[in-house]
Design a protein around this ligand. Structure first.
Ligand code: UGA
Length: 434
């Protein structure tokens, strides 16, 4: 079967490469000529473990190709996945202009039956809107179906998440659409991945409800951490013990400087916004957003408190990306923290294994990008861990103590044992375990 994936961003490229790996013939289309040119050379424009190899392998075997010609991609495919960007607007709503534009182009290119699937995270009702645009542009000449098939990929483990999903959600309302989508995902039957088949609105809603619930777990534990700090409890043990209750589960209960990335912040804002438009105030989701904002502000205060003021101090900042194993800095708490330190007259010696290039475009001022964690620590007044890259988990703290001007560790990801670090003569500041 031939499929077309529109949008060679994060979700689109992973989807295209993984479907090709399933043995389908995939054309991945993007209007960005430079990006397509570089993909044609087998170069993936961002860091995602295992993806570039998969792209190159499937290109070499003739199952994956790249093009800027959307009409051609549509005509050569039975199924078209819309994976274009859906950025946040100022008011929290989702900018659907790219989705609308692609829908219009699909409508104009339509030359027979197609199944058009929204895969980008889109507000409930968007797939219907895509359907209306295609119908208008194709002047009702051809039969087509629309469906929603949200993705649940995490950056840093996207290939694994696609290949071994917890579930596949299919929002489709015709037998033909459901049959085609089941067929596309048939390799996953072997690993017994559960399929949930719903109507389109429900499927769109499942994605938002899932992300908002995960974000809620994070904001909840972050709020508990603030209280633990005040009352002398250890949130690490609180979270671990809570997680042993199978009804709660251990995942997404790690406190820190708040959630970032291209999904949770945007999706919680969008959900709150389209709920409000529907006349429903989502009290919990609104609180999750507020708590997350407060948490990153708290992180800066924590650093300020540890240093006795930021002005003229040098901070060794480890980690700039929104999480490990990605070079993505979108809405990263680390970037917010870095900017606040600079605004308050501090200096930064920053290090991230792959995020420094992206960070260098947004951080201006007194920043030195360093060659490793030890280089960052040299002469700094405190060591701050903002992203839990594996290579930061076993730092030689004796060496760090010698390199730092002052032995202070602000561990915003709670990756070190406070007692062991204090025994080495450090002042230790974690999250909810002081
Ligand atoms: C998230 C979801 O986990 C995916 O299932 C979903 O497909 C994706 O959004 C999306 O909508 O496209 P992602 O943003 O890549 O994936 O990253 P996560 O691993 O979920 O982490 C999000 C943020 O939460 C990070 O800043 C991370 O540091 C933070 N986090 C996560 C915590 O602070 N504590 C935790 O316990 C877990």
């Amino acid at each position: 079967m031939n499929i077309c994936v529109v949008g060679a961003g994060y979700a689109g490229l992973v989807t295209a490469a993984c479907f090709a790996e399933f043995g389908l013939r995939v054309t991945c289309v993007d209007k960005d000529e430079k990006k397509i040119e570089s993909l044609k050379q087998g170069k993936v424009p961002f860091f995602e473990p295992g993806l570039e190899e998969m792209v190159q392998r499937n290109m070499a075997q003739g199952r994956l190709s790249f093009s800027t010609d959307l009409a051609w991609g549509v005509r050569n495919s039975l199924v078209i996945f819309i994976c274009v960007g859906t950025p946040s607007k100022e008011d929290g709503s989702v900018d659907l202009s790219a989705v609308d534009e692609v829908a219009a182009q699909i409508g104009e290119a339509l030359d027979g039956y197609k199944l058009v699937v929204t895969k980008s995270t889109v507000p409930v009702g968007t797939t219907r809107r895509v359907e209306a645009i295609i119908r208008e542009k194709s002047k009702g000449k051809y039969h087509f179906d629309v469906a929603n098939n949200p993705e649940f990929l995490r950056e840093g483990s996207a290939v694994e998440d696609f290949m071994r999903p917890n579930r596949v959600i299919i929002g489709a309302e015709s037998d033909q659409a459901r049959a085609i989508l089941r067929d596309l995902y048939s390799p996953l039957y072997l690993i017994e991945a559960p399929f949930v088949i719903t109507n389109i609105q429900t499927s769109e809603m499942i994605k938002y409800a899932s992300n908002a619930f995960l974000a809620t777990k994070i904001s909840f534990i972050n709020e508990m951490a603030l209280l633990c700090d005040k009352l002398g409890a250890d949130v690490y043990q609180v979270a671990r013990a809570m997680g042993l209750d199978q009804r709660i589960g251990p995942k997404f209960l790690h406190p820190g400087p708040g959630f970032g990335g291209s999904c949770f912040p945007k999706d919680t804002r969008a959900l709150a916004h389209f709920a409000r438009e529907a006349g429903v105030e989502l009290e919990i989701v609104e609180a999750v957003i507020r708590v997350n904002k407060r948490q990153r502000e708290w992180a800066v205060k924590r650093i300020e408190e540890a240093l006795g003021g930021i002005q003229d101090k040098t901070v060794a900042l480890l980690g700039l990306t929104f999480k490990p194993n990605t070079d993505d800095i979108r809405e990263a708490p680390a970037i917010y923290i870095a900017q606040e330190i600079l605004t308050r007259g501090g200096r930064l010696r920053a290090y991230d294994p792959v995020g420094m290039e992206n960070a260098s475009h947004v951080l201006n001022g007194n920043v030195t990008f360093c060659s490793d964690a030890y280089d960052a620590a040299t002469g700094s007044d405190a060591l701050v861990i903002a992203t839990e890259w594996n290579q930061f988990r076993n730092l030689d703290m004796d060496r760090m103590k010698e390199l730092l001007a002052r032995p202070i560790l602000v561990d915003l990801k709670n990756i070190y044992d406070p007692e062991r670090i204090r025994d080495k003569g450090f002042a230790y500041y974690g999250v909810g375990r002081n």
